[in-house]
Structure formats: structure tokens, C-alpha cells
Design a protein around this ligand. Structure first.
Ligand code: HEM
Length: 234
């Protein structure tokens, strides 16, 4: 899956649509192999449970199951990898915050939401306008395509005051790291748990996480976070 994610990331960055289509088929074939291994057996994992799921009395088609699993796994792998880098990079450059979190792990979820507000691992989502409307003085027609740039909204000075300032007392309702509305990230709680476990382990095996000698390289949009982040673990 890691190899696949890396290939997919490279094709997406290069906007190589042929490669992207081929890589998507590769993923679908991989999931179908997993489904074949589970057919006709009692479910022992979420993939098997999807084979037993009923929608309006009918089983889900392979295409539907592949699509669900694609959403869940691809949505997770890239964002979690990016967010681990975003948090590690911030803590390396802010030893005072790192010390605070090492001393009081209870602050971790609020702190990582705030760190990601400033440098979102998930940059933007696409939307199609369904009815003519106006947003902040800009008229939009039905069928217009728009980018919802979470990263930009998360730094709106009208909402956050000084958006570059790290603060643990901001209103969580303003934070758009995991989106908003009916497409709000269903993996938000899992993402927070994964980050907590990762940094618990990192903290327990180190005294300090510090910046590496080489400069970090920011990822290029549409990817968020860093494409390379050297850190020193002591
Ligand atoms: C720090 C990590 C993560 C960030 C920053 C993040 C961010 C987001 C955002 C902003 C959206 C909204 C997209 C939209 O409205 O168009 C979203 C949706 C989604 N996320 Fe996450 N996510 C993360 C981790 C995860 C994980 C761990 C999973 C699954 C295990 C996951 C699964 C999904 C899925 C399936 C959707 C689509 C929901 C829908 O369209 O209804 N995400 N995520």
C-alpha cells in the first residue's frame, strides 16, 4: 500500500492522467483479490463485513465495495503520512510546545488540531455549485466548479486574529482541518488516535525531536505538509 500511495502521489503531482488511471485499476485489482479470498466465509474483518452488508435488501456490488475501500484507505494513507510530518516539523521547530506536550499528553489532541490548522495536511476539496449563489461578493452559477481551500480558510485573520500564532484556547468549531458539513472526515477520531500513538512512541524513545541539518522541502499542492522533513532524534 505504501508503494502504491507513493506511485499515486507522483502521478497526481505530475498530473499524468494515463498513469493515474492505470494506478487506479491496479488498486481495484488488489482489492478484488482481497474480496475473492473472503467470499463464502464468515467475516473476520471490515473487508469481509462489507461482503455481508445489505443495502435495501441486496448485497453491495464489487464495484461499490472497491469504491468504499478505496475511499477509506486512500483518504487515510496520504493524509496521515502528511500530518505526522506536519506535527513532527512543528514540534522540532517549537521546543517549548514539545516540552509542554511531553509533560502533559492530555493536551495532545487540541495541540495537533491547532498545529494542522496552521499547516493543513489536506489542502483543498473540489465542489460543483448546484444552484446560483454568491459567496463573499463573488457570484457563482450552477455547474461552476470551485475549490474549497481548507488551508486558506484555516488562516482567515477575521476568524483567527493572528493566524500564525499557536494557541491552545481557540474555538474548535472554527477549525476546518477535518472539513465541515456532511462530508466531514469520518476518520477524524482515528486520525487523532493514530497521531497520539505515534507521538507517544516517539516521545517515549527520545529526549528531544530537533530540526535536521538539511532544510525541509514543502510538498507541492495538491499534497500538503512536507515532501522531505529531516529531523534529529536524541
Ligand atoms: C490528519 C489526517 C486527516 C485529515 C487532515 C483529513 C481531512 C479530511 C477532510 C478535510 C475531509 C473533507 C473532504 C471534503 O469535504 O471534500 C475528509 C474526508 C474524508 N476522510 Fe479524512 N482526513 C484525515 C484522516 C482520515 C482517515 C484516518 C480516514 C480513514 C480511515 C479518512 C477518511 C476520509 C473519508 C472517507 C472522507 C470522505 C468523506 C465524505 O466525502 O463524505 N480521513 N478528510
Amino acid at each position: 500500500m505504501r508503494e502504491w500511495t507513493e506511485k499515486n502521489r507522483r502521478a497526481t503531482l505530475a498530473v499524468d492522467r494515463t498513469a493515474m488511471a492505470e494506478i487506479a485499476v491496479e488498486f481495484d485489482d488488489h482489492i478484488r483479490t482481497q474480496l475473492d479470498a473472503r467470499r463464502g466465509r464468515p467475516a473476520t474483518d471490515p473487508t469481509g463485513a462489507l461482503l455481508e452488508e445489505r443495502l435495501d435488501g441486496r448485497p453491495l456490488s464489487d464495484e461499490e465495495i472497491v469504491s468504499i475501500i478505496r475511499n477509506w484507505s486512500v483518504a487515510e494513507l496520504g493524509t496521515i503520512a502528511a500530518s505526522a510530518g506536519v506535527v513532527a516539523g512543528f514540534l522540532a521547530r517549537h521546543p517549548d510546545v514539545q516540552e509542554q506536550l511531553r509533560a502533559d499528553p492530555g493536551l495532545f489532541d487540541v495541540a495537533t488540531d491547532e498545529i494542522q490548522r496552521m499547516n493543513s495536511p489536506f489542502v483543498a476539496s473540489r465542489r460543483r455549485v448546484t444552484v446560483a449563489t454568491e459567496i463573499a461578493g463573488t457570484p457563482l452559477e450552477a455547474e461552476d466548479r470551485v475549490y474549497v481551500v481548507w488551508m486558506s480558510a484555516n488562516r482567515d485573520p477575521r476568524v483567527f486574529g493572528d493566524p500564525d500564532e499557536f494557541r491552545l484556547d481557540r474555538d474548535p468549531a472554527d477549525n476546518l482541518v477535518y472539513g465541515r458539513g456532511k462530508h466531514y472526515c469520518p476518520g477524524a477520531r482515528l486520525a487523532r488516535l493514530e497521531l497520539r500513538v505515534l507521538f507517544e512512541e516517539l516521545f517515549s524513545g527520545t529526549i528531544v525531536i530537533a530540526p535536521g541539518v538539511q532544510a525541509p522541502v514543502p510538498a507541492r499542492c495538491p499534497a500538503g505538509g512536507w515532501s522531505r522533513l529531516p529531523v534529529r532524534l536524541t
